[in-house]
Design a protein around this ligand. Structure first.
Ligand SMILES: Nc1ncnc2c1ncn2[C@@H]1O[C@H](COP(=O)(O)OP(=O)(O)OP(=O)(O)O)[C@@H](O)[C@H]1O
Ligand SMILES: [Mg+2]
Length: 260
Protein backbone atom coordinates (compact mmCIF):
# COMPACT_ATOMS: atom_id res chain seq x y z
CA UNK A 1 0.00 0.00 0.00
CA UNK A 2 1.43 3.44 -0.92
CA UNK A 3 2.45 5.55 2.06
CA UNK A 4 0.25 8.54 2.80
CA UNK A 5 1.79 11.99 2.68
CA UNK A 6 1.86 14.24 5.78
CA UNK A 7 -0.78 16.47 4.11
CA UNK A 8 -3.08 13.52 3.51
CA UNK A 9 -2.69 12.45 7.14
CA UNK A 10 -3.42 15.98 8.40
CA UNK A 11 -6.45 16.19 6.13
CA UNK A 12 -7.84 12.89 7.49
CA UNK A 13 -7.21 14.02 11.07
CA UNK A 14 -9.00 17.32 10.42
CA UNK A 15 -12.00 15.52 8.95
CA UNK A 16 -12.15 13.04 11.86
CA UNK A 17 -11.87 15.80 14.44
CA UNK A 18 -14.61 17.81 12.65
CA UNK A 19 -16.90 14.75 12.69
CA UNK A 20 -16.12 14.15 16.37
CA UNK A 21 -16.96 17.81 17.10
CA UNK A 22 -20.26 17.51 15.21
CA UNK A 23 -21.19 14.32 17.09
CA UNK A 24 -20.41 15.99 20.43
CA UNK A 25 -22.35 19.12 19.54
CA UNK A 26 -25.34 17.06 18.37
CA UNK A 27 -25.65 15.27 21.74
CA UNK A 28 -28.76 16.30 23.55
CA UNK A 29 -27.82 18.14 26.72
CA UNK A 30 -29.47 19.05 29.99
CA UNK A 31 -28.78 22.66 30.88
CA UNK A 32 -27.64 23.37 34.43
CA UNK A 33 -29.05 26.89 34.12
CA UNK A 34 -25.94 28.09 35.94
CA UNK A 35 -25.22 31.13 33.81
CA UNK A 36 -21.84 30.65 32.14
CA UNK A 37 -21.42 26.99 33.15
CA UNK A 38 -23.48 25.64 30.27
CA UNK A 39 -21.14 27.39 27.82
CA UNK A 40 -18.18 25.72 29.55
CA UNK A 41 -19.97 22.36 29.11
CA UNK A 42 -20.73 22.77 25.38
CA UNK A 43 -24.39 23.43 26.25
CA UNK A 44 -24.85 21.36 29.43
CA UNK A 45 -24.62 17.83 30.79
CA UNK A 46 -25.10 15.15 28.09
CA UNK A 47 -28.52 13.56 28.47
CA UNK A 48 -28.42 10.21 30.28
CA UNK A 49 -25.17 10.93 32.11
CA UNK A 50 -24.62 10.03 35.76
CA UNK A 51 -22.96 13.09 37.28
CA UNK A 52 -21.44 13.52 40.73
CA UNK A 53 -21.80 16.87 42.49
CA UNK A 54 -19.06 16.81 45.11
CA UNK A 55 -17.95 19.29 47.72
CA UNK A 56 -17.44 20.01 51.38
CA UNK A 57 -20.17 21.13 53.81
CA UNK A 58 -22.17 24.19 52.83
CA UNK A 59 -20.82 24.50 49.28
CA UNK A 60 -24.44 24.53 48.00
CA UNK A 61 -24.46 21.00 46.56
CA UNK A 62 -28.14 20.45 47.42
CA UNK A 63 -29.10 23.94 46.23
CA UNK A 64 -27.36 23.38 42.88
CA UNK A 65 -28.90 19.95 42.30
CA UNK A 66 -32.38 21.13 43.25
CA UNK A 67 -32.08 24.26 41.16
CA UNK A 68 -31.15 22.15 38.09
CA UNK A 69 -34.35 20.08 38.54
CA UNK A 70 -36.44 23.18 39.27
CA UNK A 71 -35.25 25.27 36.34
CA UNK A 72 -35.50 22.35 33.91
CA UNK A 73 -39.08 21.77 35.07
CA UNK A 74 -39.97 25.42 34.49
CA UNK A 75 -38.11 25.98 31.23
CA UNK A 76 -38.21 22.54 29.58
CA UNK A 77 -41.18 20.85 31.25
CA UNK A 78 -38.75 18.18 32.55
CA UNK A 79 -39.94 15.76 35.23
CA UNK A 80 -37.67 15.57 38.26
CA UNK A 81 -37.36 13.42 41.37
CA UNK A 82 -35.24 14.58 44.32
CA UNK A 83 -34.29 11.85 46.80
CA UNK A 84 -33.43 13.65 50.00
CA UNK A 85 -31.81 11.12 52.32
CA UNK A 86 -30.07 13.70 54.53
CA UNK A 87 -32.74 16.33 55.16
CA UNK A 88 -36.48 16.12 55.53
CA UNK A 89 -38.58 17.33 52.65
CA UNK A 90 -39.77 20.23 54.81
CA UNK A 91 -36.25 21.37 55.63
CA UNK A 92 -35.18 21.12 51.98
CA UNK A 93 -38.25 23.05 50.81
CA UNK A 94 -37.69 25.76 53.46
CA UNK A 95 -34.10 26.16 52.25
CA UNK A 96 -35.18 26.40 48.59
CA UNK A 97 -37.90 28.95 49.40
CA UNK A 98 -35.25 30.89 51.33
CA UNK A 99 -33.11 30.93 48.20
CA UNK A 100 -36.02 32.49 46.32
CA UNK A 101 -37.17 29.47 44.27
CA UNK A 102 -40.92 29.40 43.76
CA UNK A 103 -41.45 25.67 44.34
CA UNK A 104 -45.21 25.90 43.71
CA UNK A 105 -44.57 26.75 40.07
CA UNK A 106 -42.88 23.37 39.50
CA UNK A 107 -44.76 21.30 42.08
CA UNK A 108 -46.49 19.17 39.42
CA UNK A 109 -43.12 18.29 37.82
CA UNK A 110 -40.61 17.99 40.67
CA UNK A 111 -41.23 15.54 43.53
CA UNK A 112 -39.21 15.26 46.71
CA UNK A 113 -38.97 11.93 48.51
CA UNK A 114 -37.39 12.03 51.94
CA UNK A 115 -36.49 9.18 54.28
CA UNK A 116 -39.81 9.37 56.12
CA UNK A 117 -41.72 8.87 52.87
CA UNK A 118 -39.34 6.19 51.61
CA UNK A 119 -39.65 4.18 54.83
CA UNK A 120 -43.40 4.01 54.34
CA UNK A 121 -42.96 2.95 50.71
CA UNK A 122 -40.33 0.30 51.26
CA UNK A 123 -41.41 -3.08 52.47
CA UNK A 124 -39.12 -5.53 54.19
CA UNK A 125 -37.75 -8.69 52.57
CA UNK A 126 -35.84 -7.08 49.71
CA UNK A 127 -32.62 -5.12 49.88
CA UNK A 128 -33.13 -1.41 50.36
CA UNK A 129 -31.44 -0.49 47.08
CA UNK A 130 -33.55 -2.95 45.06
CA UNK A 131 -36.74 -1.56 46.56
CA UNK A 132 -35.63 1.99 45.92
CA UNK A 133 -34.90 1.11 42.29
CA UNK A 134 -38.32 -0.47 41.94
CA UNK A 135 -40.03 2.62 43.39
CA UNK A 136 -38.12 4.92 41.05
CA UNK A 137 -38.95 2.74 38.02
CA UNK A 138 -42.65 2.66 39.02
CA UNK A 139 -42.63 6.42 39.45
CA UNK A 140 -41.08 6.83 35.98
CA UNK A 141 -43.70 4.54 34.42
CA UNK A 142 -46.54 6.47 36.10
CA UNK A 143 -45.37 10.09 35.86
CA UNK A 144 -42.40 10.16 33.51
CA UNK A 145 -38.93 10.98 34.76
CA UNK A 146 -36.15 12.97 33.12
CA UNK A 147 -33.92 14.10 35.97
CA UNK A 148 -33.01 12.38 39.21
CA UNK A 149 -31.11 13.85 42.16
CA UNK A 150 -29.79 11.67 44.98
CA UNK A 151 -28.78 13.56 48.13
CA UNK A 152 -26.51 11.92 49.07
CA UNK A 153 -24.32 8.91 48.14
CA UNK A 154 -22.74 8.73 51.65
CA UNK A 155 -26.28 8.66 53.15
CA UNK A 156 -27.22 5.87 50.71
CA UNK A 157 -24.09 4.01 51.85
CA UNK A 158 -25.36 4.00 55.42
CA UNK A 159 -28.96 3.12 54.61
CA UNK A 160 -28.37 0.53 51.89
CA UNK A 161 -25.87 -1.49 53.95
CA UNK A 162 -24.14 -2.87 50.85
CA UNK A 163 -22.42 -6.24 51.08
CA UNK A 164 -19.98 -5.18 48.37
CA UNK A 165 -20.16 -1.37 47.88
CA UNK A 166 -18.10 -1.23 44.68
CA UNK A 167 -20.04 -3.97 42.92
CA UNK A 168 -23.47 -2.76 44.02
CA UNK A 169 -22.69 0.84 43.08
CA UNK A 170 -21.36 -0.30 39.69
CA UNK A 171 -24.70 -1.99 38.95
CA UNK A 172 -26.64 0.97 40.39
CA UNK A 173 -24.86 3.38 38.01
CA UNK A 174 -25.53 1.02 35.09
CA UNK A 175 -29.17 0.80 36.13
CA UNK A 176 -29.47 4.60 36.19
CA UNK A 177 -28.09 4.80 32.65
CA UNK A 178 -30.46 2.10 31.41
CA UNK A 179 -33.39 3.89 33.07
CA UNK A 180 -32.75 6.72 30.61
CA UNK A 181 -32.65 9.56 33.12
CA UNK A 182 -29.94 12.14 33.73
CA UNK A 183 -28.77 11.75 37.32
CA UNK A 184 -27.07 14.08 39.76
CA UNK A 185 -25.56 12.23 42.71
CA UNK A 186 -24.36 14.36 45.59
CA UNK A 187 -21.25 13.34 47.47
CA UNK A 188 -19.00 14.81 50.11
CA UNK A 189 -15.31 15.41 49.83
CA UNK A 190 -12.59 16.56 52.15
CA UNK A 191 -10.86 19.67 50.81
CA UNK A 192 -7.23 19.12 49.93
CA UNK A 193 -7.67 15.39 49.29
CA UNK A 194 -7.76 14.64 45.57
CA UNK A 195 -10.39 11.92 45.97
CA UNK A 196 -13.90 12.70 44.85
CA UNK A 197 -15.67 9.70 46.34
CA UNK A 198 -15.39 6.92 48.88
CA UNK A 199 -16.16 3.85 46.77
CA UNK A 200 -14.49 4.89 43.49
CA UNK A 201 -17.74 6.37 42.19
CA UNK A 202 -15.59 9.00 40.41
CA UNK A 203 -14.44 6.32 37.96
CA UNK A 204 -17.98 5.03 37.44
CA UNK A 205 -19.54 8.46 36.92
CA UNK A 206 -19.80 10.13 33.50
CA UNK A 207 -19.17 13.53 34.99
CA UNK A 208 -17.94 15.24 38.14
CA UNK A 209 -18.76 18.79 39.19
CA UNK A 210 -16.63 19.96 42.12
CA UNK A 211 -17.73 22.73 44.48
CA UNK A 212 -15.36 24.20 47.03
CA UNK A 213 -14.78 27.09 49.40
CA UNK A 214 -11.72 29.19 48.58
CA UNK A 215 -10.00 31.51 51.01
CA UNK A 216 -9.25 34.65 48.95
CA UNK A 217 -7.54 36.68 51.70
CA UNK A 218 -7.34 36.61 55.49
CA UNK A 219 -11.05 37.33 55.75
CA UNK A 220 -12.94 36.46 52.60
CA UNK A 221 -14.06 33.09 51.29
CA UNK A 222 -15.65 32.47 47.89
CA UNK A 223 -17.43 29.48 46.44
CA UNK A 224 -15.74 27.90 43.45
CA UNK A 225 -16.91 25.40 40.87
CA UNK A 226 -15.20 23.34 38.19
CA UNK A 227 -15.97 20.46 35.87
CA UNK A 228 -13.44 17.77 36.83
CA UNK A 229 -14.71 15.44 34.13
CA UNK A 230 -17.60 15.32 31.68
CA UNK A 231 -17.58 12.51 29.15
CA UNK A 232 -18.36 13.50 25.53
CA UNK A 233 -17.59 17.12 26.32
CA UNK A 234 -14.59 19.31 25.58
CA UNK A 235 -14.54 21.53 28.66
CA UNK A 236 -12.27 23.77 30.66
CA UNK A 237 -10.73 22.23 33.80
CA UNK A 238 -10.51 25.66 35.47
CA UNK A 239 -12.18 26.72 38.68
CA UNK A 240 -14.71 29.55 38.35
CA UNK A 241 -16.24 31.69 41.09
CA UNK A 242 -19.79 30.47 41.82
CA UNK A 243 -22.29 33.19 42.65
CA UNK A 244 -25.87 32.93 43.80
CA UNK A 245 -27.98 36.06 43.43
CA UNK A 246 -31.72 36.64 43.17
CA UNK A 247 -32.51 32.92 42.95
CA UNK A 248 -29.95 32.18 40.21
CA UNK A 249 -26.52 30.65 40.02
CA UNK A 250 -23.84 32.07 37.77
CA UNK A 251 -20.09 31.71 37.31
CA UNK A 252 -17.38 34.25 36.64
CA UNK A 253 -13.71 33.89 35.82
CA UNK A 254 -11.51 33.95 38.89
CA UNK A 255 -9.71 37.27 39.30
CA UNK A 256 -7.33 38.42 41.98
CA UNK A 257 -4.72 36.71 44.08
CA UNK A 258 -5.58 33.56 45.95
CA UNK A 259 -4.15 32.58 49.30
CA UNK A 260 -3.70 28.81 49.40
N1 LIG B 1 -30.74 33.10 50.68
C1 LIG B 1 -29.51 32.64 50.47
N2 LIG B 1 -28.76 33.16 49.49
C2 LIG B 1 -27.52 32.69 49.24
N3 LIG B 1 -26.96 31.68 49.94
C3 LIG B 1 -27.67 31.12 50.93
C4 LIG B 1 -28.97 31.57 51.25
N4 LIG B 1 -29.43 30.80 52.26
C5 LIG B 1 -28.47 29.94 52.57
N5 LIG B 1 -27.40 30.12 51.76
C6 LIG B 1 -26.15 29.35 51.77
O1 LIG B 1 -26.45 28.02 51.40
C7 LIG B 1 -25.68 27.13 52.18
C8 LIG B 1 -26.33 25.78 52.28
O2 LIG B 1 -26.61 25.31 50.98
P1 LIG B 1 -26.81 23.75 50.73
O3 LIG B 1 -27.65 23.16 51.80
O4 LIG B 1 -27.25 23.61 49.32
O5 LIG B 1 -25.31 23.27 50.87
P2 LIG B 1 -24.79 21.77 50.91
O6 LIG B 1 -23.46 21.77 50.25
O7 LIG B 1 -25.83 20.87 50.37
O8 LIG B 1 -24.62 21.59 52.50
P3 LIG B 1 -24.49 20.22 53.33
O9 LIG B 1 -23.05 19.90 53.29
O10 LIG B 1 -24.97 20.63 54.68
O11 LIG B 1 -25.36 19.20 52.68
C9 LIG B 1 -25.62 27.80 53.52
O12 LIG B 1 -24.51 27.34 54.25
C10 LIG B 1 -25.53 29.27 53.15
O13 LIG B 1 -24.17 29.66 53.02
MG1 LIG C 1 -26.80 19.24 51.24
Amino acid sequence: MPERSREEENFTEDILSAIEGEVRAARKRVRTFVSGLDDVLEGGVPKGHVVLIVGSAGTMKSSLAYSILHRNALEEGARGLYLSLEQSRQSLEDHMYGLGLNLQKASDRVEIWDLGLLRSKLISGETWLNLLKKDIADHKARNGLDLLALDSLPALDIIAKYKDPREELFYFFEWLRELGVTSFLISEMVEGVAKYSKNDEDFLADGIIHLKMQLVDDVHVQRRIRAVKMRSTRHSLDFYTLLFERGRFSITKVIGKVQE
